[in-house]
Write a protein that binds this ligand. Structure first.
Ligand SMILES: Cc1ncc(COP(=O)(O)O)c(C=O)c1O
Length: 438
């Protein structure tokens, strides 16, 4: 971070600085999700509406982080607000089967073929953790294969090889030997690694587009190759569509790759910005979790939790999916804005960066010599410090918010003028680098 950008940021965020000091006294590192910290301190948000988020000093930012990319309709869209308000009037925590959970599952099943059975949890982390457990229970095997750079939340079953150079991520995780890492978009290398564990392989877990791993889509051949390998050895294919589900189309990305997964995990958008995770699977894959059918020795005991399928999340998710269904053109519109962002950033950053993503998700990578980024490893080898700096400069000087280092998401609330503003900020950054401000 350059000293003048930091000075500009400190000058405009004195209240955030004071609040963050209190937060740091009360909370580990001042945050509740590690990635939310950035130096010198993250601004403290007080409100958000449409494509804007406002901090404690009344600075308004055009938001491309959009609540961990969960807010495809923008912040506090009227349809979702009305649904939540109506649900609050009917109570927001019933602790029983609730009508909105049934309606949300019907809505998901209309668009996601594999969702013959759905179970809700309170986060994406739990959804993937339980999906792995179901796979282990069904197969009687212990190994879960995941992609280097893949992010599936903090559960111990998948907390390995997330950040470059891929390896251990955390002390206190003891099941790491049960997690096998496969190289992203490298089918040959992946099959080589999978062959070594084929007899012990319970499932392959993979995102169709790596979100946290650099906004890099998986190639269809790669995904189909993984599916073929899983089928050949009796392992399950678990697709983590927590970022991609309902992001590019009404439903998941997997049908566009002609895949037939056993379980798909959803989150983010399907909760309309409220806490959610979902496991959707074929009857066959999910049946092992049915405690009426399987007793203690044979069942897979999966959550749940107190707040699973809470009516507020269910209603917010239902309103979001219904809004997406009734405004089918939204995907084309936000996809075009995403494409304009990718093209504009590449042009503005003038050979210093390439972009990745698809549809409404995009990311710039400062890649030496303009080398293309085709995998999570390619993305990790780019100049990530410069990307952080670019994002921080925009927070400090342009009123544009990306969580530093993370991909950007266009929502239905963003406009062409927002994208022009983003490209203008990139041009200024590029000019600054050109003047030797690197
Ligand atoms: C692909 C993917 N899987 C799982 C998760 C974990 O979801 P949550 O943060 O809701 O626990 C995330 C979160 O960003 C994600 O991007």
């Amino acid at each position: 971070m350059r000293a003048d950008a930091e000075a500009a940021y400190r000058k405009k965020t004195p209240r955030s600085r004071r609040l963050h000091a209190v937060s740091a006294r009360l909370h580990v590192n001042g945050v509740h999700h590690n990635i939310r910290h950035f130096d010198p301190y993250p601004f403290v948000a007080v409100s958000a509406r449409a494509q804007h988020i406002t901090d404690a000093d009344a600075n308004r930012y055009t938001d491309y982080w959009m609540g961990h990319w969960s807010l495809i309709l923008g912040h506090a869209p009227p349809a979702v607000r009305r649904a939540i308000a109506a649900q609050l009037g009917r109570g927001w925590m019933h602790g029983t089967v609730s009508k909105p959970s049934i309606e949300l599952s019907e809505e998901i099943a209309r668009s996601v073929r594999v969702a013959e059975k759905t179970r809700y949890v309170a986060s994406g982390t739990e959804a993937v953790m339980y999906a792995a457990r179901i796979a282990r229970a069904r197969t009687g095997r212990r190994v879960v294969a995941k992609v280097g750079g893949g992010w599936h939340g903090y559960a111990s079953d998948l907390l390995k090889s997330v950040n470059w150079p891929y390896g251990s991520e955390s002390r206190g995780v003891y099941g790491e030997r049960n997690i096998v890492t496969i190289p992203h978009n490298d089918l040959e290398g992946s099959v080589r690694a999978l062959r070594r564990v084929r007899r012990e392989l319970a499932c392959i877990v993979v995102e169709p587009l790596l979100g946290g791993g650099g906004c890099v889509p998986c190639s269809r051949d790669y995904m189909r190759g993984l599916q073929e390998f899983a089928r050949s050895c009796g392992a399950l294919l678990v697709l983590d569509e927590i970022v991609t589900g309902f992001r590019f189309r009404l439903g998941c990305l997997y049908p566009t790759m002609r895949l037939e997964p056993d379980i798909v995990t959803l989150g983010k958008i399907v909760g309309g910005g409220m806490p959610i995770g979902a496991m959707c699977g074929t009857d066959e894959a999910m049946s092992v979790a049915n405690t009426s059918e399987f007793g203690r020795g044979s069942r897979s005991y999966v959550g749940g939790g107190t707040f699973s399928a809470n009516p507020a999340s269910m209603s917010a998710g239902l309103a979001t999916l219904r809004a997406l269904r009734s405004r089918a053109s939204v995907y084309g519109r936000i996809g075009r804005l995403g494409e304009a962002a990718r093209r504009g950033l590449e042009r503005a950053l003038d050979g210093r960066a390439v972009t990745t993503g698809m549809g409404s998700l995009f990311m710039a990578h400062f890649s030496a010599g303009g080398r293309p980024v085709r995998s999570a490893a390619d993305a990790a080898r780019c100049d990530t410090a410069l990307l952080h700096r670019f994002h921080f400069e925009m927070i400090a000087r342009d009123g544009i918010f990306f969580l530093p280092g993370k991909l950007g998401a266009v929502s239905a609330a963003h406009t062409p003028s927002d994208i022009r503003g983003l490209v203008g900020a990139a041009e200024r950054f590029s000019a600054m680098l050109g003047r030797g401000g690197g």
